[in-house]
Write a protein that binds this ligand. Structure first.
Ligand code: CP
Length: 325
């Protein structure tokens, strides 16, 4: 069933900047709306007119395969027009600020700005200064809210519940915006969250987020429902934070042997991508029957459709619809 626009209230906030600020009910609204949109994505013609006449600008100043294309498809499926700006092809190269770039695009009549930037807080600055709805597509090591939402949708589909599920997030927690957004979201929905990695890749005080910390993978994976694997984010590390990749693989790589020996038989494996095969996870596990990695990607489109649909940028003006605008 498609969402019925007369029944859904939409989100009260102008922007989607992080999971930390979302109420549990808002997360549930986004997930339930995304479930409705999944039905549209199974149709032969996957396009609905809900955002006809609206426009989104994609400002991606860091590389992306999944997030950019998933937002882009989500916009197209909703009949929303789009323009795209990257660092290498914009006037940022000539010294223009991010805010000036965004304000100039907004002057062309936008409804949404989706931004990925290496500086934590960049989407927040845009949100304060623009009237469009701003969506954070990843800001430095801070947050990646739509990744967490698509992860939660994938968990909801697999387990049909959140309360009490035990998840272990393994790897470079320190530099991971995905880990932060996932921890906030999972905790709000009643999940039991643990993290595991080398001490140098675990943020100090992370226990304050309500998570348990492990440094030994074999102990950590025991009795977990979900193992969420993260890549080593070398692009955000200022210096080597562990002795060698070989040592990291020996201690923290998710392999068939480790799962066979220490994990539950029904454990599922998740990863936000991009995967560094043979480092944080072996190919046979990434591609194996326990893996939810590609379903996560599939769910990204429906979740991002739900975000566009529920934010005020996607609100349809009744006067415009009647041709009186
Ligand atoms: N998960 C994720 O953000 O992937 P991309 O960097 O490819 O967008």
């Amino acid at each position: 069933m498609c969402p019925d626009s007369s029944e859904i209230e939409g989100l009260k906030r102008k922007d989607l900047l992080g999971v930390l600020e979302l109420e549990k009910e808002e997360i549930e609204l986004i997930l339930n709306t995304a479930v409705s949109f999944k039905e549209i994505l199974e149709r032969p013609i996957k396009v609905v007119p809900y955002l006809r006449g609206k426009t989104v600008a994609f400002l991606f100043f860091e590389p992306s395969t999944r997030t950019l294309n998933s937002f882009s498809l989500a916009a197209r499926r909703l009949s929303c027009d789009s323009v795209s700006v990257s660092a290498s092809s914009s006037s940022v190269l000539k010294g223009e600020t991010l805010l000036d770039t965004a304000k100039n695009l907004e002057a062309m009549k936008l409804n949404f700005v989706v931004v990925r930037h290496s500086s934590p807080g960049a989407p927040h600055i845009l949100a304060k200064n623009l009237t469009s709805s701003v969506i954070n597509a990843g800001d430095g090591s801070h947050e990646h809210p739509t990744q967490a939402l698509l992860d939660l949708l994938t968990i909801k589909e697999h387990f049909a519940k959140f309360e009490g599920l035990k998840v272990l997030i393994v790897g470079d927690i320190e530099h991971s915006r995905v880990a932060r957004s996932d921890i906030w979201g999972m905790k709000k929905l009643g999940m039991d969250v643990s993290v595991c990695g080398p001490p140098t890749l675990i943020p100090r005080d992370i226990e304050k987020m309500g998570v348990r910390v492990y440094y030994n993978l074999k102990e950590a994976i025991e009795n977990k429902d979900i193992i969420y694997v993260l890549r080593i984010q070398k692009e955000r590390q200022k210096r080597g934070l562990f002795p060698s990749t070989r040592e990291y693989i020996n201690l923290y790589s998710i392999t068939e042997e480790v799962l066979e020996k220490y994990a539950r038989r029904d454990v599922v494996i998740m990863h936000p991508g991009p995967v560094n095969r043979g480092i944080e996870i072996v190919p046979s596990v990434a591609d194996g029957t326990r893996s939810l990695i590609l379903p996560q990607v599939t769910n990204g489109v429906a979740v991002r459709m739900a975000c566009f649909y529920l934010l005020p940028g996607g609100k349809r003006d009744k006067r415009e619809e009647r041709g009186e605008g």
